[in-house]
Design a protein around this ligand. Structure first.
Ligand code: FAD
Length: 417
C-alpha cells in the first residue's frame, strides 16, 4: 500500500511527487512507462524552459534534470519501464513492467500526470496517397534529437503550434530545407516568440488560412498541395500551390492522454479533454488529482510545475488533514471569447488567500478586459494588451472575492476600442 501513486514521470509527475514529499508524505511511488524520467522534455533540446520558475533559460533536459535531482534527495520510489493499464475507484493501480511483470498496487491517493499525445494524419483526414514521409512533429523531434536520424530533406509543416515551429528551426539547423509552414486558422497557434525565432529568423514563410489538400507520392512523399481556405475553413478552388518535398510534418494539436481517467469513470471536460478539477486539482473522484498536460494542454512547463506542486500538496493534505469539511462549490463558466477555464470548480472555503485560474481565448484580441461576473454583476476586471489562443492566460481571484460570489462565475473577454 502506497500513500500516493503518481502516474507519469514528466515535469508534472516529478513536481507533484516532490511537493507531496515536502508536505510530509513518505510512501510515494512514481510509475513511468519510458526508460527515464523527464517526459517530453527529454526530446526538447532547445532553450526557453524555466524563464518563469527558475528565472533562467534552460533546455528541456536541463529543466527536467533539476527536478530529477530534487527527487533523488527524497525517498520517492520510481518504477521505470512500467505502464499503468487501469485504475479503479478503490484506487487500485494495475501496471505492467519490463522486470516486475503485472502488478496491482493499492494507493490511498493518486495523481494523474500522463501528459498528452499528438493528433495524427488520420485524425484530420488529409486526402491523398499514403506514402512514407508523413510524421507528427513530435515524432520527427524524437528522431532528430534522441535517435539521431534526419527524417527528410525538403519539408512542409502543417500547423503552426509550438512543436511545428520548433521543428521548422530544428530541421533547418540540421540541413533540411523547410519550404513552408501552413496554418488553417487566420492566426498561429504558437507562442509569438517561436514565430519570430523559428520562422522569421530563418525566412520560412508562414501561410495563414491555408491547409494541405493533397499528399502525392507512391513510396515516399513527392508533393503536397496547399490551398487557401475561406472563413468556413473550406479550401478555395483555384488557390492551389504545389510544393515538391519528401516530408510532411504535422503539428495539428495535442490530446491529453485520458484513457485511464475515462476508464475510471472520472468526469472529463469536453473542451480541455482533461479531467474536470477543483481548485486543488482534485478530480470528480475523491483522492484522485490531475495535473500538467493530462489536465489541459499547457504552453509553458513553468505553469505545469506550479499546477502540479499544487496537486501534490493537495494529495498530501487529503491524506493528512481533516480537509473533508463541507464547502459550497462555485462553477466557473466560459463566457464570450473564452474556450475553457481550469479549474472548472472552486470550493471557496478550501482556498487559502487566492485561487489561480487558467484559461484560453478563442481569438486574437488587442486591448482587452477580462471580465469576471457573478450572475450579471461584474466582480473583477483585468486588463491585457494582447490575448491569443496559443498563449494560456492566467488570473488570480482573491478568497474574499470568492466568498462573496454566487454559485457561478463567468469569465469573458471584452475588447475595449
Ligand atoms: C515540442 C515541444 C516543445 C515545447 N517547448 C516548450 C518551451 O520552449 N518552453 C516551455 O516552457 N514548454 C515547452 N513545451 C511544453 C512542456 O514541455 C510541456 O508542457 C510539459 O512537458 C508537460 O509535462 P507533463 O508532465 O504534463 O507531460 P509529459 O512531459 O508528456 O510527461 C508525461 C509522462 O507520463 C508518462 N505516461 C503516460 N501514460 C502513462 C502510463 N499509462 N503509465 C506510465 N507512464 C505514463 C509518459 O511516458 C511521460 O513521461 C514544449 C512541449 C513540446 C511537446
Amino acid at each position: 500500500m502506497y500513500d500516493l501513486i503518481v502516474i507519469g514521470g514528466g515535469p508534472a509527475g516529478l513536481a507533484a511527487a516532490c511537493s507531496a514529499w515536502d508536505k510530509g508524505l513518505r510512501s510515494i511511488l512514481i510509475v513511468e512507462r519510458d526508460q527515464e524520467l523527464g517526459g517530453i522534455l527529454n526530446q526538447c533540446i532547445h532553450s526557453g524552459f524555466g524563464l518563469q520558475y527558475f528565472k533562467e533559460e534552460l533546455t528541456g533536459p536541463e529543466y527536467a534534470a533539476r527536478f530529477v535531482d530534487l527527487l533523488s534527495q527524497t525517498g520517492v520510489e520510481v518504477r521505470l519501464d512500467t505502464m499503468v493499464l487501469d485504475i479503479t475507484p478503490q484506487r487500485e493501480v494495475h501496471m505492467v513492467g519490463k522486470t516486475t511483470g503485472y502488478r496491482v498496487e493499492q494507493a490511498r491517493a493518486i495523481v494523474l500526470a500522463m501528459g498528452c499525445r499528438e493528433r495524427t494524419r488520420g485524425a484530420i483526414s488529409i486526402p491523398g496517397t499514403r506514402p512514407a514521409g508523413v510524421f507528427t512533429a513530435g515524432a520527427a523531434q524524437r528522431y532528430v534529437n534522441v535517435e539521431g536520424y534526419l527524417p527528410g530533406k525538403r519539408v512542409v509543416i502543417l500547423g503552426s503550434g509550438d512543436i511545428g515551429l520548433i521543428m521548422a528551426r530544428r530541421m533547418t539547423l540540421e540541413g533540411a530545407k523547410v519550404l513552408a509552414c501552413v496554418e488553417v486558422m487566420p492566426y498561429s497557434g504558437g507562442l509569438n516568440r517561436n514565430i519570430v525565432q523559428c520562422l522569421q529568423d530563418f525566412d520560412i514563410p508562414l501561410y495563414l488560412s491555408h491547409t494541405v489538400t493533397d499528399i502525392r507520392g507512391k513510396d515516399r512523399v513527392e508533393q503536397v498541395v496547399v490551398s487557401q481556405v475561406g472563413p468556413d475553413r473550406k479550401p478555395i478552388p483555384g488557390t492551389e500551390m504545389i510544393f515538391d518535398c519528401d516530408t510532411l510534418l504535422l503539428s495539428v494539436g495535442l490530446l491529453p492522454e485520458n484513457e485511464l481517467t475515462q476508464q475510471a469513470g472520472i468526469a472529463l471536460d469536453p473542451r480541455t479533454r482533461g479531467a474536470v478539477v477543483y481548485e486543488n486539482m482534485e478530480t470528480s473522484m475523491p483522492g484522485v488529482f490531475a495535473c500538467g498536460n493530462v489536465c489541459h494542454v499547457h504552453d509553458l512547463v513553468d505553469y505545469v510545475t506550479a499546477e502540479s506542486q499544487r496537486a501534490g500538496a493537495a494529495a498530501a493534505a487529503y491524506l493528512m488533514e481533516d480537509a473533508k469539511h463541507e464547502s459550497r462549490v462555485i462553477e466557473i463558466q466560459n463566457g464570450p471569447g473564452v474556450t475553457y477555464t481550469v479549474p472548472q470548480h472552486i470550493r471557496p472555503q478550501r482556498v487559502d488567500k487566492s485561487c489561480g485560474l487558467f484559461f484560453r481565448v478563442n481569438r486574437i484580441c488587442k486591448d482587452s478586459e477580462i471580465l469576471v461576473t457573478s450572475g450579471d454583476v461584474p466582480i473583477a476586471r483585468f486588463k491585457r494588451e494582447h490575448l491569443a489562443p496559443g498563449e494560456m492566460e492566467h488570473i488570480t481571484l482573491p478568497r474574499a472575492l470568492l466568498d462573496k460570489a454566487g454559485p457561478t462565475l463567468t469569465v469573458s473577454i471584452r475588447e475595449v476600442n
